[in-house]
Ligand binder design. Structure first.
Ligand code: UDP
Length: 330
């Protein structure tokens, strides 16, 4: 049996594909390389360059491999871009997922693990956030992810497509081998930006607001190591293979760090000076986002063991120092 990983050349997808290969799974990757990197999927059993909206290609893949589960990462994920070009997000994310589900149904594939996000919650009513809390996305990106979650649930009700949606908090860090890591263009995420500043590739880190109602005035986020996220996908596949039914899980560490704490930790780990400039708040940033990961721990047996901030920054720094230009393919 093989697992189809859509978006397997992306940041979280490639770390999940690596974890699947490490435990001996056959991995088929489908990625259009719009934001992914071919090199990140090296070692995968089969690689298809193509789009999830290409239904003929999906039929060819399902016809050529014994796929018993799909892990679906392929999506656009830039919050700001989703606000200026929501059509792109509805087309690739929502319509793309519809194509995938239709071809799964037609080909009798009944299991899907879905890459969702804390952005489905919007401004939280309380922290830590639990899966039963209100979902009211504050941006088009989160709105499309919530629509995808719901669409998948209706395909379960009608066609028995069992699913696990995993709502990620702030993915960070890199594979312990140093072979794969985070490389976005443009880069918008805090940890890689801080490390690029440590490398001298940026003049400074812009702190987006220091007047939030938090201890040091900067936003608090729940950072989770990308390989711990990857492990949760394997556990979700196991759950589906055991036939335990559909579910939704938060994936976070349950602990928050402020922007200033991340920068401080990066100064310690790298020994470099990291200049900062305080800028105005970024639109739509909640002050505090922290997960309750208790359900995933209890029901999946998930144990995030690399998500202390030291390990996150250390592994990310190893990747950045070894690959100062990222994969070098842009
Ligand atoms: N942030 C920042 N400067 C940057 C990038 C991010 O101050 O150059 C802040 C951002 O406002 C947020 C936190 O760092 O509070 C994490 O942002 P990121 O974009 O990494 O993830 P998000 O929480 O928005 O998904």
């Amino acid at each position: 049996m093989a697992i189809l990983v859509t978006g397997g050349a992306g940041y979280i997808g490639s770390h999940t594909a690596a974890a699947l290969l490490e435990r001996g799974e056959e991995v088929v990757v489908l990625d259009n390389l719009q934001t992914g990197h071919r090199q990140a999927a090296d070692g995968c059993t089969h690689f298809y360059e193509g789009d999830i909206r290409d239904e003929a290609l999906l039929d060819r893949i399902f016809g050529s491999h014994e796929i018993d589960a799909v892990i679906h990462f392929a999506a656009n994920s830039l919050v700001q871009e989703s606000m200026t070009d929501p059509g792109k997000y509805y087309h690739n994310n929502v319509y793309g997922t519809l194509c995938l589900l239709e071809r799964m149904r037609a080909n009798g594939v009944k299991r899907i693990v879905f890459s969702s996000t804390a952005a489905v919650y919007g401004e939280p009513e309380r922290v830590p956030i639990e899966e039963t809390d209100k979902t009211e996305p504050a941006n088009a990106y989160g709105e499309t992810k919530l629509a995808m979650e719901r669409m998948i649930r209706w395909f379960d009700a009608a066609h028995g497509i069992q699913n696990v949606s995993l709502r990620y908090f702030n993915a960070a860090g890199a594979h312990e081998s140093g072979r794969i890591g985070e490389d976005h263009a443009p880069e918008t995420h805090l940890v890689p930006i801080v490390l690029q500043a440590a490398l001298g590739k940026r003049p400074h880190v812009a702190i987006f607001g220091d007047d939030y109602p938090t201890a040091d005035g900067t936003c608090i986020r729940d950072y989770i190591h990308v390989s711990d996220l990857a492990d949760a996908h394997l556990l979700a596949v196991d759950r589906l293979r055991r036939g335990e039914g559909s579910a939704v899980y938060n994936l976070g560490s349950g602990r928050g760090y402020s922007v200033r704490e991340i920068i401080e930790q990066a100064r310690r780990e790298t020994g470099r000076d990291i200049p900062v400039v305080v800028q105005p708040r970024r639109a739509g940033d909640p002050a505090v986002l922290v997960a309750s990961p208790e359900r995933a721990k209890r029901e999946l047996g998930w144990n995030p063991r690399r998500s202390d901030i030291g390990t996150i920054i250390r592994t990310a720094w190893a990747w950045h120092t070894a690959h100062p230009e990222g994969y070098g393919d842009r």
